[in-house]
Design a protein around this ligand. Structure first.
Ligand code: PLP
Length: 367
């Protein structure tokens, strides 16, 4: 047995800071001595109103969100946001540009195609793992927006740049797995969407950051709960929000602030992922990452064991031995196989160092 507690490398829902969960625990039965749980309180009462406003404020502070952007809390997850983006933003021209770099942007493009014309800005690769240089993209001047997924959680592909449109078309990004892991310049975006359940909270709330001038033009068929304009006008309480999820998220945001903000999160994620990529580098292909070096994710690190194609028996053994050491949720996504270590903000450097130590020992035994 090992002396450490469970190490959670899951892709999402993912590890949350223990301090935050402990605080939730102390308040669970009686929020601020009210004798009621926060989850039992009205979303229009003073307690939740403060949480809603504080969470928005924390996001604005952490990401330095300019005044001409709104911060919204919605439901429907990342998948709901795939539809919501098209329903709210595609009406201007009926066409949108999509950069498909992996599983989630592919799903987003398919969803958007239900509501309008989707143009792929480069041919979809058979096997994701690279991002074609921006100079080779076919960007449509008539597109309502250009869409990309900043970090492909399944594939382990992260954008090393923010795309721009020579035509001034707004940039839309899915940042579900990378939000709050690095500093970003919000003014370069028309809209950012992110499910909370990886870096900033429990499942149930989706954060939308949207430039004000893009509001006000949803498709007629847009469901009210997905209507950015309505949700914005009603300060994210048009209908009952995921109050408990927003409450926990607000605490995670304060935890990020307390722990050095986005610069610290960025440094830490660089550092953590480097430990893993270095071990792969040193392993003589015993561990190998199928992703081009310039777009390897700092957040979700996929790799094969026993050669570049992976040896499924060794990979099963790897997972089994890892679990004996209480290292959990390392199995790669069912679509890509292999191993995937997710290194969200709550995963510490020490935890990653323990994983790398195990990888070295496993390699010594089986290579
Ligand atoms: N986008 C990204 C980048 C994701 O990682 C995920 C989920 O893992 C999704 C979208 C889909 O989110 P949801 O499961 O909340 O619909």
């Amino acid at each position: 047995g090992s002396s450490h507690s469970a190490l959670n490398f899951g892709a999402g829902p993912a590890k949350l800071p223990r301090e935050v969960l402990a605080e939730v625990q102390t308040e669970l039965l009686s929020y601020q001595d009210s004798g009621m749980s926060l989850m039992e309180m009205s979303h229009r009462g003073k307690e939740y109103t403060k949480i809603n406003n504080d969470a928005q404020k924390a996001i604005r502070e952490l990401l330095n969100v300019p005044d001409n952007y709104k911060v919204l809390f919605m439901q429907g997850g990342g998948t709901g946001a795939f539809a919501a983006v098209a329903l709210n933003l595609m009406n201007r021209t009926g066409v949108a540009d999509y950069a498909v770099t992996g599983t989630w942007s592919s799903k987003a493009a398919k969803e958007a195609a239900k509501y309008g014309k989707v143009n792929l800005v480069f041919p979809k690769a058979d096997k994701p793992g690279s991002i074609p240089p921006e100079s080779s993209w076919t960007l449509n001047p008539d597109a309502s927006y250009v869409y990309y997924c900043d970090n492909e959680t399944v594939d382990g592909v992260e954008f090393p740049f923010i795309p721009t449109s020579p035509h001034g078309v707004p940039i839309v990004s899915d940042m579900s797995s990378s939000i709050m892991t690095k500093k970003i310049d919000i003014s370069k975006f028309g809209c950012i969407v992110a499910g909370a359940q990886k870096n900033i909270g429990p499942a149930g709330v989706t954060v939308v950051i949207i430039r004000e001038d893009l509001l006000g033009n949803p498709m007629k068929i847009c469901p009210t709960v997905f209507d950015f304009t309505v949700i914005s006008q009603q300060n994210s309480v048009h209908n009952t929000p995921a109050t408990f999820s927003v409450y926990v998220m607000e605490k995670v945001l304060q935890w990020i602030k307390k722990n050095g903000g986005l610069q610290a999160m960025e440094n830490q994620s660089q550092d953590k992922s480097k430990l893993l990529y270095e071990e792969m580098e040193n392993s003589n292909n015993f561990y190998s990452c199928p992703i081009d070096e310039n777009c390897r994710s700092r957040i979700n690190v996929p790799f094969r064991v026993g050669g570049p194609q992976g040896n499924e028996e060794l990979e099963a053994k790897f997972l089994e031995e890892a679990e004996k050491l209480k290292m959990f949720q390392l199995k790669g996504h069912r679509l890509v196989g292999g191993i995937r270590a997710s290194l969200y903000n709550a995963v510490t450097r020490d935890e990653v160092a323990l994983l790398v130590k195990f990888m070295k020992e496993f390699r010594a035994q089986f290579s």
